[in-house]
Design a protein around this ligand. Structure first.
Ligand SMILES: [Fe+2]
Length: 279
């Protein structure tokens, strides 16, 4: 595994350590899954992905207070992946929030919106579920409030905002765990230089920044009003100390406001994890 270390001063009496892992993309299929799922498994399976995840979990158990996984733990919806999810996520040292691939039926075969997500969600539930919340998850660890929000289709909803404000009422420092990073200029520029043909997959790009995108990607990633309201709130709430995020499969650190850092962590499938020490 490849460990990145970040330290953040948020005024704690005792340090709290988070191992941030994201985008493990495990790919399993079993006798209950159809031939196309087995095809996907064949295409995307690598024993390294699982090996790295178990290395991350072992490291977190030995050195950290919690492992925060920000989604794409699995590559697609399958019975085998759902069974595996229950096994992995039953470990109460792991905190999880879903990414886009958690709901992907056949990876890139459909327009993915909330209806698509909820159909997959219902199917996962019918197969016994992940055993943990997928859309919204919170946990207090050593006096730090970890809030996970599924923003994996580039949008927030007003119920997210309502609930996040309720979390802030608790008065504890908040670590926000989301799959898709928020727009930030240096991250946008870095992504454009690195992959000029690609959209940046950042939440909250304005029209100017969506201009180089294909029509498909601009429609997919254009923020709506609830999303803009949520981003404004995240940027203005002083209790939110840090954003942990993934989705991009590379690591990047920047600030979305002068006081709010955003840590993008590279692919867990590649062995990458970030140890965040909060002091
Ligand atoms: Fe993703």
């Amino acid at each position: 595994m490849e460990l990145i270390r970040s330290t953040l001063k948020i005024g704690l009496e005792k340090p709290v350590k988070i191992l941030h892992v994201t985008d493990s993309h495990l790919s399993f299929a079993d006798e209950f899954d159809d031939a196309r799922k087995h095809e996907l498994k064949k295409r995307h399976f690598s024993s390294d992905k699982e090996k790295y995840l178990y290395e991350h979990i072992a490291y977190a158990k030995e050195h950290c207070d919690v492992l925060v996984h920000t989604g794409d733990l699995f590559d697609f919806v399958s019975h085998a992946n759902t069974v595996k999810a229950r096994e992995i996520l039953s470990d109460d040292r792991i905190f999880f929030i879903a990414g886009n691939h958690e709901y992907s039926q056949y990876v890139g075969e459909a327009w993915e919106d909330n209806a698509y997500r909820m159909n997959s969600y219902m199917e996962i539930e019918r197969m016994g579920g992940f055993g943990v919340p997928m859309l919204w998850n919170t946990r207090t660890v050593c006096g730090v409030n970890i809030v996970g929000i599924d923003n994996s289709y580039y949008l927030f909803e007003d119920w997210h905002l309502h609930r996040l404000k309720k979390e802030a009422e608790k008065g504890l420092p908040i670590i926000l765990a989301i799959h898709d990073p928020l727009f930030e200029q240096s991250l946008y520029d870095f992504h454009r230089r690195r992959l000029p043909q690609e959209p940046t997959y950042l939440v909250g790009c304005d029209e100017e920044h969506l201009l180089p995108y294909s029509e498909f990607r601009a429609v997919q990633q254009r923020p709506d009003e609830p999303t803009k309201r949520m981003i404004d709130y995240i940027k203005s709430e002083p209790l939110i100390k840090c954003i942990l995020t993934g989705h991009l499969h590379f690591s990047f650190e920047s600030n979305v406001t002068p006081t709010l850092p955003q840590f993008v962590t590279g692919g867990g499938y590649d062995g990458v994890a970030r140890e965040v020490t909060l002091v």
